[in-house]
Ligand binder design. Sequence first.
Ligand code: AHM
Ligand code: MG
Length: 339
Amino acid sequence: MVNKFKTFYRHIIEEERKYPEATGQLSDLLADIALACKVISLEVNRAGLIDILGFTGEENIQGEQVKKLDVFANDILTHVMKQGGHICAVCSEEEENFIPIEEQFTDNKFMSNKYVCHFDPLDGSSNIEANVSIGTIFSVYKRISKSGPGSLEDCLQRGVSQVAAGYVIYGSSSMLAYTTGNGVHLFTLDPSVGEFLLSNENIKIPKKSKIYSVNEGNQSKWSKGINNFVSYIKQNDKDSGRPYSSRYIGSLVADFHRNLLYGGVFLYPADSKNTSGKLRLMYEANPLSFIVEQAGGRSSDGKQRILEVTPENLHQRTPLFIGSEDDVKLIEKFLSEEK
Ligand code: AHM
Ligand code: MG
């Protein structure tokens, strides 16, 4: 009963108290992100009612059309981050370059801007008009440089250096999942009190699953290894739990969230058209990989652990195989045998 009524903020404060050297800044920063996501959740829920849907006519730097809600989500997250005073740079999937942020003085107190945040402000936005679940993905790193506004070096760190990561799914209810490296915890937004309330602590993803999530329309462009894996899991063999069921929403946060809870493997491989895959290392793959590993799962680009990939640019893409440990290992095996 006690745990059933714990707010996100109380949870992160209690987590932070386990570390005597903690200053409380990370808790404040995560609370700021949650606040921005509550506002986004409200707008997403109202999207069908007000004239906010539709294209702005602009393209993001990936060459895709940007919708108004993407712009809104990006603006609110950036604004809240700048205001909070804890970060030296914001990186967003919607912005070509990172936004450096100056140190601030608040109430005559110097705020050390020791963190960097990365956001995919509204992932799966092609689904907005169909009322399909979409989400915000975030991750937090400690800065490398000593002071002043952040640098590219601060922003381009390997996923293993994340100090926090999470996502908010805007679905039949809005839910927030996060990790600070001490398990994955899930909260449900109660709109009447305006708080994310703890719903599951220490989520563990099943080790093996019966679900695969992939855009099968790309099959003719896949490598032999991916084709062999997908053919294999569709075969009938009761002992090894085949065939698997296919579940693909086309909204990464929604596909990932379902697989986290039920077990499953999500694949977005490289193919003959997208030779580095489609998804972004810094905004999508790294935060979800931190979460899946904290939940006992696995994440790989087919050759190595996603979290160990050294990034070269903020918008770099990566193949992604993520989910239940045994299934990701099986994909890696099929890929290693294709040569
Ligand atoms: P985006 O909305 O940030 O561009 O995200 C990319 C989306 C993911 O949510 C989803 O997993 C994937 O693109 C689906 O791609 P596809 O339509 O090629 O299957
Ligand atoms: Mg995205």
